[in-house]
Every structure is written in C-alpha cells, then in structure tokens.
Design a protein around this ligand. Sequence first.
Ligand SMILES: *Cc1c(COP(=O)(O)O)cnc(C)c1O
Length: 316
Amino acid sequence: MSVSVNPFPIHLLQSFPPTPLQRIRWEAADRAQIEVYLKREDRIHPQISGNKWRKLKYNLVAANNQGQQTLLTFGGAYSNHIYALAAAGSTYGFRTIGLIRGEEVLPLNSTLTFARSCGMQLHYLNREAYRRKDNAIFLQDLKEQFGSFYLIPEGGSNALAVKGVAELVAELHTQLRWDYLCCAVGTGGTLAGLVQGAGGKGQIIGFSSLKGGDFLHQEVRKLSEAYAGLTNQGPQQFNNWHIQTNYHFGGYAKVTPELLQFIRRFEQENQVLIEQVYTGKMLYGIENLLRKDFFKPGTCIVAVHTGGLQGRLAGL
Ligand SMILES: *Cc1c(COP(=O)(O)O)cnc(C)c1O
C-alpha cells in the first residue's frame, strides 16, 4: 500500500475558468463570410501553458493516485513540454526529471534555465539513446538509475492527455457554436483530444509543424485507441478530421522570412502574441485556406492558441 505524502492541491487543477475566445480580424475571413475565433489557451496558466496544461492534468492526478513523487519525461532543449512539466512539478509538489535530447550546451538556454529553477533534474541523452525512449528495457534501466517514477512521454501525449484536451471541446460547446476546430500538430496528442472531445461533430483540422507529417494520422489514431482503452467504450474512431501537411515551412522549428512577416502582421492586427514553431504556422495555414475558399461560407472557425510563448523568437 502506498500513501501519498504530496500535499497535492487537486482543487487547483479544477478551478480554472474557461479560456477566453478572441474574434480574429482577418480580411480573408470577411471576404469569405467566415467568423474566426482564437481560443486563448495560452492564458490558462502563466507557466503551464496551453495544451501542455490540458495534457498534464490527468497525468498529475494519476501520478498522485499512484503515490508517485517523481515525474520523468523526455524532450528537446527548447521544449514547451519540458518547461510546462517543470513548472507543474514545482506547483503541485512533484520531483521532476527531464531527459533532454542531445548534449548539454552551456550556458543553459532560457527554457532549461527555467526548468532547472523549478527544480527539474536535467540529464542528456545522445540521439541513439533518445530514440529508445519508448523501449521497455530502456525504461527499466532508467528505474534502476533514478528509482520509481511516473513516466510522461515526449510532448506529454498519452491516453490521459487525450482525456484532458477533450475537456477543451466540452468547454467550447458552452461558449459558442463552431463548425471547424483547428490546432497545430507536434505529436498528435492535442489533435486526438479535440477529435475525441468533438465526438464526430464538426470538422477538426490539424496543421503539421513537421515536414513529412503524414505519419501523424497514424499517431492520432493510436492515441485515440489508447483513450478508448481508458474509457472502456470500445474504439471510437471518427472521420471528421485530417491533417494539413504543407504548412511546415521547411520542418520542425524552421522558419522563413514569409512566416515571420505573417506573424508580425497577425500580432499587430490582433494584439496577441503567437509563436513561430506551432501557432504561427497553423494561422498562416488557415489564412491560406481562407484565400483558397476551403471553408464553407457562413461558418465559424475556432483556432486553438496552444500557447508555447516561452519559445517565441526574441525580437520576432
Ligand atoms: C506542444 C505544442 C503543440 C503540439 O501539440 P501535440 O499535442 O504534441 O501535437 C502545439 N502548440 C504548442 C504551442 C505546443 O507547445
């Protein structure tokens, strides 16, 4: 029997008001007679931002229920997930271990400096070791090295993450009627959560932030299946979603002058900060599709601002 010694403030996890919706000013949308709103998930928590908070929520509850005091995860040196998990650990009373892809670079960048200031223990894995991050034997070795921990996969995406993101859609239903729901895609956890939350209604569109993002369709299906296992409902696969794979601007975290110019214009016209890895590419993609008359006139689009502003290029 394990008794948790964490003073886990579970009520804090449940006391977040709905994130606001912001109407987007867009000529391309006006011309197409379409309303576009930004769901401001970036405002959900100052450090545990956007979709990372949604994805962590039920994982924190599960870790606490299992009596685990340590959270271990993986990520790149600029990862929003590492940043959010470190903040969640210090907020909710968990020890955190971050296994970072690549070699240590000193001085630490701002993401890792913040993570360490939250108490996260940082370790580095070369690319070969990092590739084994989901391997059972490798994880067993980690238990021998670090002791017992609650594992949260790269990007925070697992069945419980899907459950957390699905709540976003339930919340949105109380706010307005929508036809299209858009999000950026990294690992696919957020998109899977929106798809499951929507339960077959509307159209859900992901925008891949990676080059060659077609494999992400499979990732979303796998995560949806894992979520079905959790709910004992049997697999619920829906067909009202797809991933746009042509708005990656050269690949993950790559930018072009055109993308940066778009972001500056969007930020000025809407008085909101976005960033260049995820939301900038998604919003560029939506504007481009509006110009191509992709969306049905008279409809309403909600684009999810998944946060991640800690990774916004300085001087963008
Ligand atoms: C992590 C992240 C994403 C991608 O979410 P996935 O669930 O991994 O697809 C999108 N936007 C922002 C700002 C992120 O930090």
